[in-house]
Design a protein around this ligand. Structure first.
Ligand code: HEM
Length: 428
């Protein structure tokens, strides 16, 4: 990577130096760091607040991109019956996403009259793009709702795109679940992520209404082997055994949808499915639990993240190894039940965030993990694993799933005039 010039650059100057478009591989970075490298996110430096990722590409950014530190996730319902209006909004969203991910304000090229509201809300002026990625998804109700083909796309609904089943111990709040569209905004600066969602919502006014949203901090996964493993609010390293952007074969096998996966949904080739689950933690009881018990429930030690069967963080767990009282990794430990050996070989790319939403009426922290995973096949990867975890995972005593959503994430936008989901709306 090129050695960057020193100094901190504003959004404006950043563009001036690097130029619009592909500021990716090889371009100079800022402040002692280097930029990211395109929407596949194959390269990037952990904790870089001025990293920059291309919006366009074969796959959407924000999946294999090295997980940034902050999240603003929003789910929207479409409020219009007009297919044309929906497409027009997706085009405007695409344009705005291009601008914001390059660190520009929305509508910069447009000279708005002084008496009109500004095209950009302004709170990110002077900030860098902060590694912003915007990842868009389509929920099952976009295709068909109450038996109605709302936008002439019902025959293109992927067979796997339907509301997730009720899992044991689910306590879902309908006001934090599902939706017609979703947007995952990730950045190293929370103001940049919030600005992006706010501006998309503003652009969508009259076409979509926000249904629910979630702020997150402190990534709970690594999606690149260049990142150190972060910790979740239970205090444990999370993301050790995750699929990483360098694992090309695993991405092909477990993340990217192929053209022949679903004859009704060839438009989804190169895309993926996004599973979102708001998982509340019983933090106070957890904090009164012994270290021995905590490690037994997870199946790894807290300090290093090594499996309880021995070794270091990246040592493969040995589920057969016996201690005095049975297997060293308990039969109901989280990592045993989530391991591919217990799931027909299935893996997923996890990309979740910690959250706190203030306090509960009982004077406890309303906090947990906003779980996000990308999978090629929810029926084979996510649903069986969640069924097993919800029913048998000992960690569930401290967890409650309170929100849920499944979205089909179309491939990336590949041409200058392209827009998010163009393949879905293209007439045959
Ligand atoms: C608040 C909820 C959760 C917490 C605190 C949690 C925590 C952890 C921790 C500490 C690890 C070990 C480190 C690692 O390999 O990443 C882990 C692994 C894993 N978790 Fe979770 N997890 C949660 C929810 C889930 C859910 C909902 C799923 C999927 C349905 C899941 C799937 C996995 C998988 C696939 C692994 C890797 C297993 C392996 O291959 O060794 N987790 N989790």
């Amino acid at each position: 990577m090129t050695e960057p010039p020193k100094g901190s650059l504003s959004r404006r100057r950043l563009l001036g130096v690097a130029g619009a478009g592909a500021v990716a591989a090889g371009a100079a970075g800022v402040g002692g760091f280097a930029y990211g490298k395109g929407s596949d996110g194959t390269e990037g430096v952990d904790g870089v607040d001025q990293a920059r990722y291309d919006f366009g590409g074969a796959h959407q950014a924000g999946i294999t991109t090295p997980a940034q530190d902050r999240l603003h996730f929003a789910s929207f319902d479409v409020t219009t019956d007009s297919r044309e209006q929906l497409i027009a909004m997706l085009k405007s969203w695409t344009e705005a996403a291009r601008e914001m991910t390059t660190g520009n304000p929305v509508g910069e090229a447009v000279v708005a009259p002084y008496d009109a509201p500004p095209a950009d809300t302004g709170e990110a002026l002077g900030l860098s793009s902060a590694g912003l990625t915007l990842t868009f998804g389509f929920g099952p109700t976009l295709f068909e709702k109450d038996g109605k083909d709302r936008f002439g796309i019902a025959d293109r609904q992927p067979a796997q795109l339907r509301e997730l089943p009720h899992f044991p111990a689910d306590n879902l709040d309908p006001e934090r679940s599902n939706g017609d569209l979703c947007v995952q905004a990730c950045a190293h600066d929370p103001q940049v992520a919030v600005h992006a969602i706010r501006n998309l919502a503003r652009i969508g006014f009259g076409t979509v209404a926000m249904r629910w949203a979630q702020l997150g901090f402190g990534r709970t996964s690594s999606t690149s082997n260049r990142q150190v493993t972060a910790r979740n609010l239970l205090g444990f390293k999370d993301g050790t055994a995750n699929i990483k952007s360098q694992d090309r074969k695993e991405l092909e096998k477990f993340v990217w949808v192929r053209e022949d996966d679903d004859p009704k949904a060839t438009w989804l080739a190169g895309g993926s499915y996004l599973v979102a689950r708001r998982i509340k933690m019983q933090i106070e009881p957890w904090d009164r639990t012994s270290m021995r018990e905590q490690e037994t429930l997870v199946g790894r030690d807290r300090k290093e993240g090594a499996p309880l069967s021995g070794g270091t963080e990246f040592t493969e767990p040995d589920f057969e190894l016996q201690g005095r009282d049975g297997p060293l990794i308990a039969v109901d430990a989280h990592v045993r039940l989530a391991h591919p050996k217990q799931n027909n070989g299935a893996k997923m790319l996890r990309r979740g965030y910690n959250f706190t939403d203030g306090a509960t009426t009982l004077g406890r922290l309303d906090a947990g993990l906003f779980f996000i995973a990308f999978v090629r096949n929810p029926d084979e990867q996510y649903i069986p694993m969640q069924t097993q975890l919800s029913g048998k995972d000992a960690l569930m005593e401290y967890l409650q799933h309170t929100g849920s959503g499944l979205f089909a994430v179309p491939p990336g936008v590949q041409s200058k005039d392209g827009f998010i989901g163009e393949g879905l709306f293209a007439r045959a």
